[in-house]
Design a protein around this ligand. Structure first.
Ligand code: AMP
Length: 284
């Protein structure tokens, strides 16, 4: 098969997947919201190491946006995205409409308790239920052998691992590392909202994470390090810091002392743009 097919319905996706499965091919799914960048493409590359056929999906999921959030202005550039996916050897782009995903009468919500409550969950009510619901639908529609998600959305990744296991989805969940620009800023579709000046401020986020990581791994006291770096973000011009916290790398439970593999996670606003980032922190 050459070229990229764009499929709009779960039914047509299912037919394609059935044909591939009958041929004994291994299938990977890479879900996205589009406005693709090298971070997304790195997930496609990872998927190619584990499968013979790659499905990428693009769906800007209204259920995961709050009423005051950026659903309306979220960047949409399907033709350009399709070209990028074709150039990296993706076979199918699944790009359904909102009506296809949520027809009249749609009433089901998937909720992963515990993991969804803190961090971004505490600041974006309903966000992770929206994510869990759409990802469950995408995983069920694609019936892929593997699905690839980025560590950029670290809490989301842990939630998806949990739901795939709890709901017997039968798809292996793989994680790709965060892809960053040369200046350290994690690639994100939302970076396009930043002015040149805001982008300079945004660099304080990876810097704060890296500084805190080094201090923590050198044995400095957790609460003090976190407070210092929250201060650093404020001083740099972050208009609001939703959180900067050290958590267990799997359960996401708060950690007061670095004794097991941990993740340092942060979210904050530069102007009206909300940015998130995270880094692994390992005990010596
Ligand atoms: P999004 O389009 O923002 O919903 O992201 C789609 C997938 O790409 C998610 O699994 C993200 O975690 C992942 N992703 C987004 N940005 C990056 C990045 N800079 N590096 C690696 N993965 C990313």
């Amino acid at each position: 098969m050459t070229g990229l097919s764009i499929l709009r319905t779960a039914e047509s996706l299912s037919q394609q997947v059935n044909r591939w499965r009958a041929e004994g091919l291994r299938i990977a799914l890479v879900p996205t919201m589009g406005a693709l960048h090298e971070g997304h493409l790195s997930l496609v590359q990872l998927a190619k190491n584990h499968a013979n056929r790659i499905i990428a999906s693009i769906f800007v999921n209204p259920k995961q946006f709050g009423p005051q959030e950026d659903l309306g202005r979220y960047p949409r550039q399907e033709a350009q995205d399709a070209e990028m996916l074709r150039s990296v050897g993706c076979e199918v782009l699944f790009a359904p409409t909102v009506e296809e995903m949520y027809p009249e009468g749609f009433s089901t919500s998937v909720s992963v308790t515990g993991l969804s409550s803190g961090l971004c969950g505490a600041h974006r009510p309903g966000h992770f239920d929206g994510v869990a619901t759409v990802v469950t639908k995408l995983l069920n529609a694609a019936r892929a052998h593997v699905a690839v998600f980025g560590e950029k959305d670290y809490q989301q990744l842990q939630i998806i691992r949990r739901l795939a296991q709890d709901l017997n989805i039968g798809t292996e969940i793989l994680a790709g590392p965060i892809v960053r620009d040369a200046d350290g800023l994690a690639l994100s579709s939302r970076n396009s909202y930043l002015s040149a000046q805001e982008r300079q401020i945004a660099l304080a986020l990876p810097k704060a994470l890296q500084t805190a990581k080094e201090a923590l791994e050198a044995g400095q006291e957790v609460m003090r390090v976190l407070e210092e770096q929250r201060q650093a973000l404020s001083s740099a011009g972050f208009t609001m810091i939703d959180y900067l916290e050290l958590r267990d790398s799997v359960t996401l439970e708060p950690i007061k002392q670095l004794a097991r593999p941990a993740r340092l996670l942060a979210a904050g606003f530069v102007g009206s743009t909300r940015l998130i980032d995270n880094v692994a922190v390992l005990p010596s």
